[in-house]
Design a binder for this molecule. Sequence first.
Ligand code: FES
Length: 110
Amino acid sequence: MEKEIKNISFTVIENGIQTPVVTRHGSYPNLMYLLKEELQLESFGECGGAGRCATCLVTTKSVTGASLIKERNEPNTLEQLGYTDQATRLSCQIYITADLNDAEITILEI
Ligand code: FES
């Protein structure tokens, strides 16, 4: 039986402009790579996803499931910058999964 492939759709906000994104599970290694390529963001994700540079900062709304869990370097990097809330994330630590369906992702300037 063939595995069903479903679209994942969410909204990205950059400088007040909303961009709808439709993608598929695992289409990019993580959300940082998707945002960098789809929105052609320069100087975004400078450490390549190691969770250290914080140039991939976003705020998230309506993200669900395991994608809510901050792992590896993410909690320390965010705490060093003073971000202790649940919604501020390193986009390189969020995978492209159904957890992003109907979410709102806002790109932060640092
Ligand atoms: S790419 Fe460096 S922290 Fe996300």
